[in-house]
Design a protein around this ligand. Structure first.
Ligand SMILES: [Zn+2]
Length: 406
């Protein structure tokens, strides 16, 4: 009982401090497990799963289908690393599991993927549709959903009980124990995703696929095939972890116009020069970590074109985030600075100055000029100038001077 109490306190402490903002989505996520630990569990779990299947001769090697899946995922990975450059170091893998009854696919943390023949062949999925499913799964990995689910699991009382039985009370790290393996097995493959996570993965998946040269319309046709198969055969494994609805299809249909634009820009021969799945890791292309691509959103689109307008917001709310905004500005974390400033939505010269700096840092030069001109203009007003405002300070920045300096 004493153990449980200690665990309870440790968990409470970590829940309170265990939130991290995901740079992919801007959403705050529960994060109780270190990224290293997540990767370790993922590698372990993937190795165990594939090892067992190989023994049963259930993993396809060098067939037409494996070559097809390799080619599709390779093109998706080449896009994924542009959004999260550090994932260029991931141990990207994809396996084709020979099981025609299972309609499923997954991507564990760290880019460890698999697709079942039940999905690829059973559904007679086209290349465009396979790209949608694998893009969606890669989306879960890019947005850290596996780690998030693992954290939720750890925080749940069942996990506390399981963990307390095998971990000594003075070990703060959830590392290398059976309970953690059970938790990660549930989190990476078997537990349903939240609706938020599903929407994020849909959004990321369709964009990766479009940029890799796969038709956005395939997202809708894929889910329609899945729904049909589900009605005929009863709940599939994929269905259990990916609850779908007409809403998902409507959402994806709504994304088709902007995605079609990306797809049209993608050239017909999209085969990346580098083989991310089998190539020598030491010879992978160097990624520019300072300017990662941002996923499409209406507000981001508006921002990058200089069309963002800040609203009335709240001065008090703005003073709460001012320290954070200044830190992001000092660190040159342009994408996060822009996102946080847009979220604060407070019409102030300093806020437009931050938008301008972010736009310039991200290479949106035209937008940068627009925002900085707006900052200089507002600096001369009585109500929207940080120098004259009663509550908001200028964080030590001379907005007029700094805006004109560019
Ligand atoms: Zn999903």
């Amino acid at each position: 009982m004493k153990h449980l109490f200690v665990w309870g306190l440790l968990l409470l402490a970590s829940v309170l401090s265990g939130c991290a903002t995901n740079s992919m989505t801007g959403r705050s996520q529960l994060s109780l497990v270190s990224p290293e630990s997540v990767m370790k569990q993922s590698t372990l779990h993937y190795g165990n799963l594939l090892g067992d299947l190989r023994k049963k001769d259930k993993v396809l090697v060098n067939t037409n289908l494996t070559r097809r899946i390799d080619q599709i995922t390779n093109r998706l990975i080449a896009q994924a690393v542009l959004y999260r450059p550090e994932t260029a170091q991931w141990n990207w893998r994809v396996s084709v599991i020979d099981d025609i009854k299972t309609i499923n696919a997954f991507c564990m943390p760290g880019g460890l993927m698999a697709i079942y023949t039940g999905l690829a062949e059973g559904l007679q999925a086209t290349d465009d549709e396979i790209a949608q499913v694998m893009g969606h799964e890669i989306g879960h990995a890019l947005a850290n959903h596996g780690a998030e689910k693992m954290s939720v699991q750890v925080a749940s009382s069942v996990a506390v009980l399981a963990a307390s039985a095998v971990v000594s009370s003075n070990s703060r790290q959830f590392q290398n124990n059976q309970a953690l393996l059970t938790v990660s097995a549930l989190a990476f493959v078997n537990l349903p995703n939240s609706r938020t996570a599903e929407t994020e993965a849909d959004r990321i998946g369709i964009e990766l696929a479009a940029r890799a040269g796969y038709k956005p319309q395939a997202a809708v046709s894929l889910w329609q095939k899945m729904m049909r198969a589900n009605k005929e055969k009863g709940g599939s494994d994929f269905w259990r972890t990916h609850p779908s609805s007409e809403r998902r299809i409507e959402f994806l249909r709504g994304l088709e116009p902007p995605m079609q634009a990306l797809y049209t820009r993608a050239s017909a021969s999209m085969t990346p020069p580098f083989d991310w799945l089998h190539g020598d890791k030491a010879r992978r292309p160097q990624m520019d970590g300072s300017r990662p691509l941002a996923f499409y959103s209406e507000s981001w689109d508006a921002f990058s074109q200089g069309r963002s307008e800040l609203g009335a917001g709240s001065a008090l709310g703005f003073t709460f985030v001012q320290g954070k905004l200044f830190r992001l500005y000092s660190e040159k974390s342009w994408r996060d600075l822009a996102q946080e400033t847009l979220d604060a939505n407070f019409r102030m010269d300093l806020a437009y100055f931050y938008l301008g700096q972010s736009a310039a840092g991200l290479g949106f030069d035209e937008a940068a000029r627009t925002y900085l001109a707006r900052a200089a203009e507002l600096a001369g007003t009585a109500d929207a100038s940080c120098a004259k405002h009663l509550m908001v300070s200028c964080s030590g920045i001379d907005v007029i001077q700094a805006s004109r300096a560019r």
